[in-house]
Design a protein around this ligand. Structure first.
Ligand SMILES: Nc1nc2c(c(=O)[nH]1)N[C@H]1C(S)=C(S)[C@@H](COP(=O)(O)O)O[C@H]1N2
Ligand SMILES: [Mo]
Length: 355
């Protein structure tokens, strides 16, 4: 077909780009499953509290592999689009099925990458609840990728076999790798400290500790008689802020790793949750529901699993970087636990309840 003479339209190119796209999607899918599991744990699921940076890395990989997949997907579609013009449109039932599955695959892949991109940019333009849709479509995407790879296996084998690609095709591939590298380096500084200075498109300046939701946006008003309630069945223990400050204090360096793909480490000071529970006669290692002063927000409550209440590094933070918490960072107190999604690091805490 001379109409599509570009060296990019060649199964050897398609397969090479496809291999990396497949790897990017696999990493993105698995790290996404983990993040979903931590936020909506089925009964058999436990997430460790060590090492402290684990979630920071898995969620960083999730967003980085998603970003990398965008230029790879565009290059791959560019490589195969002449096939759209192949005639006859449908050769057999099997052929129709195969073409249909590619339509589903492209649609699902685009949906995931675009909703993900808008999500990290904190732009929720749509009416649906992002995590549910993003999670459901991920299964469609990964399923259709598996079908696609299985169907194409003979072609992939042939295309990846020696002697490799000639100079023209290598040029297209090199441009693709370069575009992918630039996209990653330009954004990964949101979570990789070493890249902070070069990541011109990173969606969060991480020089300081970013604020995801401000106290004003969450309509937080701390009542004059604020106190923390620790509820254990019928027992209710109350602590004023002065009483919390009078308990044994600890500091821990722990990251906030937002599901939106930025992360930042800070030195937090406050009361160990395990210590606070002991003060109330409760053995650490129990699941605890955390509630905030926020009314109605999606992240106004969270559950601290036993692995985290039993970990001495889990703090009810009263300070960050040696200063009392600002309203935006959760004054009067907030949860900060190791290797936990930012959405679960509840701010403006007013109540802990043993489950
Ligand atoms: N009550 C409450 N806590 C919250 C949130 C919220 O909306 N409401 N946002 C969470 C999210 S998504 C993140 S990433 C972290 C960010 O903490 P920071 O603003 O102190 O950096 O707070 C978490 N705690
Ligand atoms: Mo977040």
């Amino acid at each position: 077909m001379t109409r599509f003479a570009s060296p990019a339209h060649d199964e050897r190119v398609t397969s090479r780009v496809g291999r990396w796209l497949g790897i990017a999607f696999a990493v993105c899918f698995l790290t996404g499953l983990l993040s979903h599991g931590i936020q909506h744990p089925p009964s058999w699921f436990t997430w460790p509290s060590s090492p402290v940076w684990l979630y920071r890395v898995t969620q960083g990989l999730h967003v980085i592999s998603g970003i990398a997949a965008i230029p790879l997907l565009l290059a791959k579609l560019w490589s195969v689009y002449p096939k759209l013009f192949e005639r006859p449109l449908v050769r057999s039932a099997l052929h129709a099925l195969e073409r249909g599955s590619i339509l589903v695959l492209s649609g699902a892949a685009f949906f995931e990458l675009i909703t993900g991109l808008f999500n990290v940019a904190q732009n929720y333009l749509w009416g649906f609840y992002f995590p549910t849709a993003h999670y459901a479509v991920a299964w469609i995407a990964i399923g259709s990728i598996l079908v696609h790879v299985a169907v194409k296996l003979p072609v992939i084998r042939r295309a990846l076999a020696p002697p490799g690609v000639d100079a023209d095709r290598r040029r297209f591939l090199r441009t693709t790798w370069l575009a992918t590298g630039v996209a990653v380096v330009a954004t990964a500084g949101a979570t990789v400290p070493l890249l902070r200075r070069v990541s011109v498109l990173a969606w969060r300046s991480t020089v300081d500790l970013p604020v995801n939701r401000t106290a004003a946006a969450a309509a937080i008003e701390v009542p004059a008689d604020w106190h923390l309630e620790v509820v254990d069945g019928e027992d209710v223990h109350r602590f004023t802020l002065d009483q919390l400050n009078a308990l044994p204090q600890a500091t821990e360096e722990l990251p906030i790793a937002c599901v939106e793909g930025w992360s930042a480490s800070a030195v937090w000071g406050g009361v160990r949750v395990a210590e606070l529970l002991r003060q109330c006669g409760i053995a650490p290692g129990v699941d605890v529901r955390v509630s905030s002063l926020e009314k109605g927000g999606l992240y106004s409550t969270s559950t601290l699993p036993g692995t985290h209440t039993g970990d001495r590094r889990t703090l009810l933070a009263l300070r960050v970087a040696d200063q009392p918490l600002t309203p935006d960072h959760g004054y009067p107190c907030r949860v900060i636990a190791p290797t936990r999604p930012g959405v679960l690091q509840t701010k403006w805490v007013t109540r802990l309840e043993v489950l």
